[in-house]
Structure formats: C-alpha cells, structure tokens
Design a protein around this ligand. Structure first.
Ligand SMILES: [Zn+2]
Length: 310
C-alpha cells in the first residue's frame, strides 16, 4: 500500500522511549493508523488503486478468539507499527488483506488515518466492555486526546449524557462542541467533586479512563453505585490504588480494554462514512517532520489527532 497519511498515537512515543521487557526489532517503523492506496496485491478480489484505511490490529485469523470475533484477544495479536509489523511512518507498507478497509471518495486520507485506532478503542470500551445504555451518564477523561474525542462522540451517538475533562478552557469549549453536556478543568477543579455536583450527588455510570495514576482515584470516586470504570491506558503511570470497600459496597466494575475487534471497527466505520462520527484532526505534518509531530503530541497541546502526510 502506498501510504498517504499516518496518524500519531501515544504508542509511538512509548516505542521511541522503549518499554520494560519489550525488545523492538530494528529497524523499527512506527505508525498504527494508516490510510492510502493499494498498489499491489497477491490476494484475489483486491482492486489496485483502491483507497483504504487500515485495521490497526493484526492477528492469526484461525484461533478460537479470532474465529469468535475477539481477535484482539488472540495470543498472536499485534498492533501495526509496534513489533513485527512495520507501520505507516513510510512511503509504503505491506499488510494482510484482512486489514484493508475501503473508504468512500468523500473521505480524505488525513481523516481516514485519524479514525481507526482511537475510535476502535473507544467503541470497544463503551459498547463491548461498559455495555453503554441510552441514558447512561459517562465521564470522559482528557477530551482533547484521541480516545477522548472519539469517546465523547460515540457516547453521544448512543444516547448518553457526557461529562468531559480537559486542561484548558479552549479544549473545554471544543469538548462542548463535540457534544459534552458539561465540562471539568482537571488542572483547576476536583474531578470527583465536580461529578458529584453535576449529577446531584449520584456519580456517573461509566468512566472512560486512560490517564492512569494522576486521575485513577478520582475516576473511581466519580462512579455511581453499579458504575463501570473502563481503562485502556496509563499515560501518567501504571499504579492505581483501589478501595475494596467501595468496590464491593457500591458494586463497582473495573474493566481493562485493549483495542477492539475487526468487526467493531467496521461497525464504527459505518457511522464515520455516514457523517455521524468525525475524527478531530488538530494539525498535520509532512512525514519528514515526524520528530516535530511527536514533540507536539508529547506536549499535549493538541485537540484531537496529529497526522503525518506522506
Ligand atoms: Zn488468533
């Protein structure tokens, strides 16, 4: 596939810094969110020149998990651009034919690249894991992050009332425009106290957590009785305490979530192609300026996705 656009993710930063107990094969090519054109195929039924975005998850395709539609639980599951599958910070990338998702003509490559990983992640968290129901109250942390902007839209699409946090008034306004009912400045306000106030002391049914140590305790305290906390990341650190008395007495559920199935991405993509979900692109950089693009992501100054154009 000829790469035309590749969106950044925090995973790219972890790969560059290195991870404990992970050995990256060299040379390493990052990039999990890719869009472009098919230029060659050794499989039947693939049209050369087809505009596509890529499923970011690669799996064996023949184990129980894969064949049950839980390919993100496959023991061989891997994210494009992480270890053994070179990613989209490149002019060309080779992927299994199952990873091609054709895109309509009206969807440009930059928006297409900005969609898969974060919308898949947020969809799996809200729909498969939390079992979101119309009327649920949802707290989304870090509205300006890739997962945050996707989660606000998906929760709204399913009839939830959304509360969102961000670190600046400009980002809070953007969160409102995406559909957040009310917003919290997580630098200036106590998240759990604000949630209590906004929900008449009830708390929220679902918390979408991906920040980690700095917000974990506040996220747990924000839950209503019977509430579900789903986490897909630990950007600020991986240690979180849990009050076991609160866990059982309030009947809380704590869930981990990692990516999502190929089927879920195709389901979410229908709403993208129909104009009901829209990835927010903060800015683009040419591929040659990938280093500057990563610095931009590290500073958390963006709202939505940063995308490399190739
Ligand atoms: Zn498998």
């Amino acid at each position: 596939m000829r790469v035309r656009a590749c969106a950044l993710n925090h995973l790219d930063l972890w790969e560059r810094r290195g991870l404990p107990r992970v050995t990256f094969p060299m040379p390493h090519v990052s990039g999990s969110d890719v869009a472009g054109e098919v230029v060659a195929a050794n499989a039947a039924g693939v049209t050369i020149g087809r505009r596509v975005m890529l499923q970011p998850g690669v799996s064996c395709g023949r184990c129980e998990a894969c064949l049950s539609g839980r390919d993100n639980e496959c023991r061989a599951y891997e994210v494009l651009g992480y270890l053994n599958h070179p990613g989209g910070y490149a002019e060309y990338v080779a992927v299994p034919v199952e990873n091609l998702v054709p895109i309509p003509d009206e969807i440009d490559f930059v928006r297409a690249a900005a969609f898969p990983l974060t919308f898949l992640t947020a969809w799996h968290m809200l729909i498969a894991r939390a079992g979101l129901t119309r009327g649920d109250d949802v707290l989304v942390l870090a509205a300006g992050s890739g997962v945050g902007q996707a989660a606000i839209q998906i929760a709204r699409l399913h009839g939830a009332r959304v509360f969102a946090t961000a670190g600046s008034s400009a980002k809070l306004e953007r969160a409102r425009s995406l559909g957040a009912h009310d917003v919290i400045n997580h630098h200036e306000q106590d998240i759990a106290a604000e949630i209590r106030r906004m929900t008449n002391n009830r708390g929220v049914d679902v918390v979408i957590e991906h920040v980690g140590e700095t917000t974990w305790a506040k996220s747990v305290r924000s839950l209503a009785r019977g509430g579900r906390l789903v986490t897909c990341g630990a950007t600020t650190g991986a240690n979180g305490a849990l009050d076991l008395q609160a866990l059982f007495a309030k009947q809380l559920t704590i869930q981990g979530s990692y990516m999502g199935s190929k089927g879920e991405l195709m389901r979410a993509a229908r709403f993208f192609f129909a104009g009901q979900l829209e990835p927010v692109v903060d800015r683009t950089f040419p591929l040659e300026q990938a280093a500057a693009a990563q610095r931009c992501l590290e500073q958390s100054a963006q709202f939505g996705k940063i995308v490399l154009e190739v």
